[in-house]
Design a protein around this ligand. Structure first.
Ligand code: F6P
Length: 532
């Protein structure tokens, strides 16, 4: 038994789960007319309703006791103080600095001068690009920017650009700035880049190579192919004194590698080892967002996240949004054997949120060894999945209502904006149907109900609200990691696959197999060769 599963708070929760196993959420509402308001928290532009969970006031007390036992408040302080909480890489996790407005942060290792300098460079590049001052090799102004990146160098900015595609910033428009066409390429499948480049003019197309390490095979392969596309497209055209290299920017913590690739020093934006890839959209990795909505919009996104940081840092545990979400998830994962968690945004523009949260939660907390190097004897991150409602209702909601799995759901909806009524009513109806279920003489028609969900309402789909929402999920992930006593900031599990793929490429191209290739891999490679 681990220290955690043997601890008083854990044991108390396990016993309590047995006591309330037969309770129904509908009975909890019946016995407390104020449950809906009691089980809710409001902060900034967000409202969280967690009344539709199978938790009593006693459950919540015991969950808070678990958080106290894990010293969540102490860990929050340690993270904000810049302690090297990512112990396997001996680094702090300081993504909050990227949106901080403090003079210095954190106290002992001030990183704010670097952050401010990078933001100032972003501001100047974004203003220039959006007002037509950024010109390519033939002198034409940039029209389209293609982001080449993967994982954290793709999912965050891709999701945020889509989320804010209807956002119109009057201030930057009044300065004559215009929205740029921003596209994303992540997959090493050449079809991804080909499709993104369709209809584009090499003279007006720029690329951002976003890679913290600048060693990621997919991104570098795409960058090389993008350069060839540019060179071929610019060949023979009258040059304005620059070449294909002038169409590239990089965002990386390895500027030397970017320079080696041919990107000029002044076009390389920094990111630092104290920012994890999946927490990096607030840095220059967010350039596509700023190019798309303008720097004022990007500032507002940072402001929203900053507000959530302050809430997370100071609110008591029982009123702290990220803490509440983390505890509810722990309740189902560890005491009700839930293996998955669905995120269903009722806003088409938030359609990429589930994919973004998959990396955030599963790369952070998909761990099986605790901070002391011991194998855990409890479940950690659930499988995160989901898709945009209402289409999801006509696809997988059947399983949510009548399937055999317990799947807690986050319903996310937006209060204000055009055409939101049908979305809101559908989201609310789905949550209600999951809670109450319905009886029927025919078993196949009956819905058992008693299935838990949270409802998260954004006042509007603004940069501020999005910043608050994303920072809320970031901190939720951190709190879960603290409770599970795991390091949420490394990702060693992804390395082996990368190494094996690298070693296998020559074999697929007709050369010898690596000595350690297993029989199944050998047989499959040979099969692929024969099928070509
Ligand atoms: O392989 C996983 C990973 O390291 C992620 O953590 C990261 O976001 C992604 O690859 C991309 O890494 P990079 O920004 O260094 O190209």
């Amino acid at each position: 038994m681990s220290k955690l599963t043997d601890s008083p708070a854990w044991r108390a929760l396990a016993a309590h789960r047995g006591e309330i196993a037969a309770s129904r959420i509908t009975d909890l509402f019946a016995s407390d007319p104020r449950r809906a308001t009691r089980c809710s928290v409001e902060f900034g532009e967000l409202f969280l309703d967690y009344s539709r969970h199978l938790v009593t006031p006693e459950t919540l007390r015991r969950l808070i006791a678990l958080a106290e036992q894990a010293d969540v408040s102490g860990w929050i302080r340690r993270m904000f103080a810049g302690e090297p909480i990512n112990h396997t890489e001996n680094r702090p996790a300081l993504h909050m600095a990227l949106r901080s407005d403090r003079g210095s942060f954190p106290e002992n290792a001030d990183v704010m001068p670097q952050v401010r300098e990078a933001l100032a460079r972003m501001r100047s590049m974004v203003g220039q690009a959006r007002s037509g001052g950024l010109r390519g090799a033939t002198g034409k102004p940039v029209q389209c920017v293609v982001n080449l990146g993967i994982g954290g160098s793709d999912l965050g900015p891709r999701m945020a650009c889509r989320a804010l595609r209807a956002y119109d910033d009057a201030r930057s428009r009044s300065r004559g700035e215009r929205r740029l066409d921003v596209r994303f390429v992540a997959n090493v499948d050449p079809r991804d880049l080909d499709a993104a480049l369709e209809g584009l003019d090499p003279q007006t197309t720029f690329f951002i190579v976003a890679s913290k390490t600048f060693t990621t095979a997919e991104t570098l392969d795409n960058a090389r192919r993008a350069r060839s596309w540019l060179e071929a497209g610019l060949q023979g055209r009258p040059s304005a004194g620059a070449d294909a290299g002038s169409h590239f920017f990089a965002v990386t913590a390895s500027p030397a590698r970017a320079e080696q690739f041919g990107i000029p020093t002044e076009r390389i934006f920094p990111i630092w080892d104290w920012v994890g890839g999946r927490f990096s959209l607030w840095s220059a990795v967010g350039l596509p967002i700023a190019l798309s909505i303008g720097m004022e919009g990007f500032d507002a996104l940072l402001e929203g996240a900053r507000d959530m940081d302050a809430h997370f840092h100071t609110a008591p545990l029982e009123r702290n949004m990220p803490v509440i979400l983390a505890l509810l998830s722990t309740w189902y994962v560890n005491f009700a054997a839930a293996q998955t968690h669905a995120v269903i945004p009722y806003a088409e523009d938030l359609g990429d949120l589930p994919a973004y949260l998959q990396q955030l939660e599963m790369e952070s907390n998909g761990k099986r060894v605790d901070r002391d190097g011991r194998e855990v004897d409890y479940a950690t991150a659930p499988v995160i999945w989901g898709a945009s409602g209402t289409p999801s209702q006509h696809s997988f909601h059947q399983l949510l209502h009548q399937g055999t799995h317990l799947v807690p759901v986050d319903f996310i909806l937006v209060a204000g904006g055009r055409g939101r009524d049908m979305l809101a009513t559908n989201a609310l109806a789905q949550a209600a149907a999951l809670t109450r279920g319905s009886a029927s003489p025919e078993a196949y028609r009956a819905l058992p109900g008693n299935r838990p969900s949270s409802t998260i309402i954004l006042e509007r789909l603004s940069p501020e609200a999005l910043g608050q929402l994303l920072a809320m999920y970031e901190h939720k992930v951190f709190v879960q990691g603290v409770i599970w006593n795991i390091n949420s900031f490394d990702q060693w599990g992804v390395e082996l696959g990368k190494t094996l793929a690298r070693a296998l490429l020559p074999a697929l191209q007709g050369e010898a197999f690596p000595a350690d290739a297993d029989p199944a891999t050998r047989a499959l490679v040979e099969r692929i060769r024969r099928m070509r």
